[in-house]
Design a protein around this ligand. Structure first.
Ligand code: FMN
Length: 191
């Protein structure tokens, strides 16, 4: 396959993991649109295994969510006006059935969420660097659910005010594997 195709959807192309956020609050209408996009994702058997808990900067629960983050994430994520924690229903207790695609489908949903956020001019940054076990305790997660990713969201801030190491990460060129490493026509063994 050739290198990057010439026309990529702008919300895919322009999404990046932001490290700085403006203090401008996110309008409720925009929040609704972002979660609506998440809701519209496809899922195996239409199980819709995704769930989202979110907090706003002024909520008392904001600090509870923030405190779960690894220190390296806390440094910059604490500027985000919204923190979201995602969950996947990996086991349906009522029907005694595991869903092998739960995290797959949560990822599809979160991808929709971030694309919609991008289209609204919002910045996002997904994070796996948080205390998953403590998240389970803090949020008394229903049986069958597992935490997914934490997502920082808000309007973009001024990255030039970030500490030097974070500026470096913020402005680093996008790094991706080559097509030849991830796409195989006809099978893994064929070149
Ligand atoms: C599930 C998941 C977990 C991630 N965890 C972290 C994290 O803990 N801290 C962080 O700074 N970035 C985290 N990232 C962001 C990735 O580092 C980032 O997506 C990747 O480097 C590609 O950069 P881009 O999102 O700007 O395109 C995570 C991304 C995903 C999807």
């Amino acid at each position: 396959m050739e290198s990057t195709p010439k026309v990529i959807d702008s919300n895919i192309l322009n999404r990046k993991s932001h490290f700085s956020f403006s203090q401008k609050p996110v309008e409720e209408e925009h929040l609704l649109l972002v979660f609506e996009a998440a809701r519209l994702a496809p899922s195996s058997y239409n199980a819709q295994p995704w769930r989202y808990v979110y907090v706003e900067k002024n909520d008392e629960d904001y600090l509870r969510l923030l405190s779960l983050l690894a220190e390296a994430n806390k440094v910059w994520a604490s500027s985000a006006p919204i923190l979201i924690l995602s969950f996947a229903q990996v086991f349906d207790v009522k029907n005694n059935r595991a869903n092998r695609f739960a995290f797959h489908d949560l990822g599809l949903s979160t991808s929709n969420l971030m694309a919609q956020a991008t289209s609204l001019g919002l910045a996002t940054h997904p994070m796996g660097g948080y205390d998953v076990e403590r998240a389970k305790e803090v949020f008394r997660i229903p049986e069958g659910f597992e935490p997914g990713a934490m997502i920082a969201m808000g309007y973009p801030g001024d990255p030039t005010t970030l500490p030097e190491d974070l500026q470096k990460r913020n402005f680093a060129p996008r790094m991706r594997k080559d097509h030849s490493e991830i796409v195989f026509k006809g099978g893994w063994e064929k070149k």
